[in-house]
Design a protein around this ligand. Structure first.
Ligand code: ME8
Length: 521
């Protein structure tokens, strides 16, 4: 990333999810990842705008409404509500939940359209070609995969249909060179690197003009001055990021502070829309493109693609109920390097919750606080002279802030958690080696110093773990006697104040046992 100081504001987004179906693990994943980033930036003193929402127009949603026997308005209200509940269920803290059926969004989409027309970036024509309703994507014949029965499918596996209808086109072909220049001049625009290479190769291969309106159904934002057309659902959907930032009111504080967005986090399935069509549209409309698009990987379930027909779709509401919110958040962010594909299994989930949360972190807190109860009159002890071993652990913990900051700037949540757990494991090794329960009998001053060192380390770790496991971190900080208004990253250096009374500890991360044991193996 470039070395210039970052502005204090930070705008990040999840994709807006289609309301053709209810939320699943994949949606929860992106939302949790963005929430950890948003919480991190807030605790780091930045002015954060974090948005999510629902993508409600287009043929796919219209068809699902018909299948549900509802008009699209009633249908989208109902399913959108499920996505709003998901936000709560996974403990996410967005500043805005945007629906593309809102009036503010219609205005914004139509304004983008008008600007493209004014700049001669849109012309009328006819689209004849393949379309995948499931992906809401136009596909060239060369991108299709022939099935044994001779029919075609999209690379995603989605069926395709032949479409021939009047359509407006965006002069995307004009933007090949400017896009390639943009990628070259903004090396951080697409992450991770593998996705960036894929996008650059795609654009180098040449770009066709893009059909940007449909006439065969009505469920969308009408084209200004030509209401027989609705605007292509991806032009509509991508514009949500601008709408939420106040567009088209470019004088507004929100717009001025938050646009361009710092990062759009998306799944790898929709990179092309975000890293090719979107910046091209914005450059064409005279609006600044976002700073970065990060594409994460794909979750499978017990080695299989998640699908309704297989019946293995993981319901995030059930997951949180069964294993706990912190446990699910931690698993999703720790199990897989952000950007790689991952596999969900009950065994892996339980293993992470037990090994990392209950054993490594929870037990350490419990041990330290129990020893403080017994040997320090239930208060933060004074610290005597420190040894090189004490120093080494204290330094590992005090280096966390800078290390995590640089990892989170590049969306490496898994590495941030690994760094935190390195310190937790070092603290476990330290307590085993220092054996303060023995010192309690042989050298009480040294025992208290050891516990004081551990309290400081735990305080830092708990402060920095808030974005990932907010409930557990809060409970630990309560038990460590850290006041609620002193939990920003900037407060991490204060250290525990000697004499602060500490209550008897209660376990924070329960071990998932009995009914789970068989699965964990
Ligand atoms: O594409 N693994 O909406 P969508 C990981 N409305 N992430 C997954 C996943 C999986 N198995 N399945 C879904 C759309 N996701 C458009 C977006 S944005 C302007 C419009 C996540 O409901 C991942 O983030 O199909 C993916 O990009 C997104 O859900 C797709 O959600």
């Amino acid at each position: 990333m470039d070395a210039s100081p970052k502005p204090p504001r930070f705008y990040l987004t999840t994709p807006i999810y289609y309301v053709n179906d209810v939320p699943h693990l994949g949606h929860a994943y992106t939302t949790v990842a963005c929430d950890a980033l948003a919480r991190f930036m807030r605790l780091d003193g930045r002015d954060v705008r974090f948005t999510t929402g629902t993508d409600e127009h287009g043929q796919k949603v219209a068809k699902s409404a018909v299948a549900a026997g509802l008009d699209p308005g009633a249908f989208t209200d109902r399913v959108s509500e499920r996505f709003r509940s998901l936000v709560e269920a996974v403990g996410a803290t967005p500043n805005d939940f945007i629906r593309t059926t809102e009036e503010r969004h219609h205005r914004s989409v139509q304004e983008i359209w008008r600007r493209l027309v004014q700049r001669d970036e849109i012309y009328a024509g006819k689209y004849e070609g393949w379309y995948s309703v499931r992906d809401e994507a136009y596909l060239a014949e060369s991108e299709l995969i022939r099935q044994p029965d001779g029919s075609f499918r999209a690379a995603s596996g989605a069926p395709v249909e032949w479409v021939a209808e009047s359509s407006y086109f965006f002069r995307l072909s004009r933007w090949q060179e400017p896009l390639l220049r943009w990628y070259a001049e903004h090396p951080d625009f697409i992450g991770p690197e593998s996705r960036r290479n894929e996008v650059v190769r795609f654009v180098e291969g040449g770009l066709d003009d893009l059909s940007v309106s449909r006439t065969s159904f009505r469920w969308g934002v009408p084209v200004p001055d030509d209401p027989d057309h609705v605007i292509y659902v991806w032009v509509d959907a991508l514009t949500n990021y601008l709408t939420s930032a106040g567009f088209p009111d470019e004088e507004s504080d929100t717009y001025n502070q938050f646009w361009p967005a710092d990062v759009h986090v998306v799944g790898k399935d929709i990179v092309r829309f975000h890293a090719v069509y979107w910046p091209a549209m914005l450059l064409a409309a005279g609006v600044a493109p976002p700073r970065r698009v990060f594409a994460h990987g794909w979750w499978t379930v017990e080695g299989q693609k998640m699908s309704k027909s297989v019946g293995n779709v993981v319901d995030p509401f059930e997951l949180v109920k069964e294993y706990g919110l912190d446990q699910v958040r931690y698993f999703l962010l720790r199990e897989v390097p952000f950007g790689n594909d991952g596999d969900y299994s009950r065994a892996a989930m339980i293993h992470r919750a037990n090994a990392d949360l209950a054993n490594d972190f929870g037990n350490l807190v419990q041990r330290v606080l129990t020893l403080v109860q017994r040997n320090c009159e239930a208060a933060v002890p004074e610290r005597g002279p420190v040894t090189p071993e004490d120093e080494a652990l204290l330094q590992a913990a005090s280096g966390l802030g800078a290390e995590l900051r640089s990892l989170m700037e590049t969306q490496q949540m898994h590495a941030a958690l690994r760094a935190l757990w390195d310190v937790i494991r070092a603290a476990n090794a330290y307590i085993d080696h220092a054996a303060p329960w023995v010192l309690a009998r042989t050298d009480l001053d040294r025992c208290r110093t050891v516990l004081s060192v551990l309290l400081e380390v735990l305080q830092r770790v708990a402060i920095f773990s808030q974005p990932f496991v907010p409930a557990g971190a809060a409970a630990i900080l309560d038990q460590l006697g850290v006041p609620a208004d002193q939990r920003q990253f900037g407060d991490a250096g204060r250290g525990p104040a000697p004499g602060t009374p500490l209550a008897a500890p209660s376990p924070v991360f329960p071990r998932l046992t009995s009914k789970f044991e068989a699965d964990a193996g």
